[in-house]
Design a protein. Sequence first.
Length: 139
Amino acid sequence: MIYHTENQMHEDHLEWTSDRAMWRDDLRAWEEETAQAIADLQGLQAALAEHERALETHAAAIRAYEQGEVGRTHALIESKKQCNDEARKSLVNAHARDRQHHQKLLANHEAIKHRHRETLAHLRALLKAACELTPKLKL
């Protein structure tokens, strides 16, 4: 009976040694993957900073567009008051360019909106998953 118990103890110890070796291998792999994920997060941070710059650039383009339109609207009113047909023709041509510019800004805005919503949805899901990573093991 003692022999059986000693054999069982020996088998248990061999199994446990094997388990610990496997755990160490797993941990090494997980540490490497985590280090890569941290590096990837730095890339994500850079991408978000670039997105932020794109938003600022888009906002500046909208402000410039608004200012130009206001100026041309005032010029159109003045040309009507002064019955200046030549100035009005110039403003009509400018209006055609404004229409093209408006369409370009609209397309840019929609593309930025789509990218922004998609990016933030993925980021929020990632943050939610990260919050659930909090170790819940009790050793």
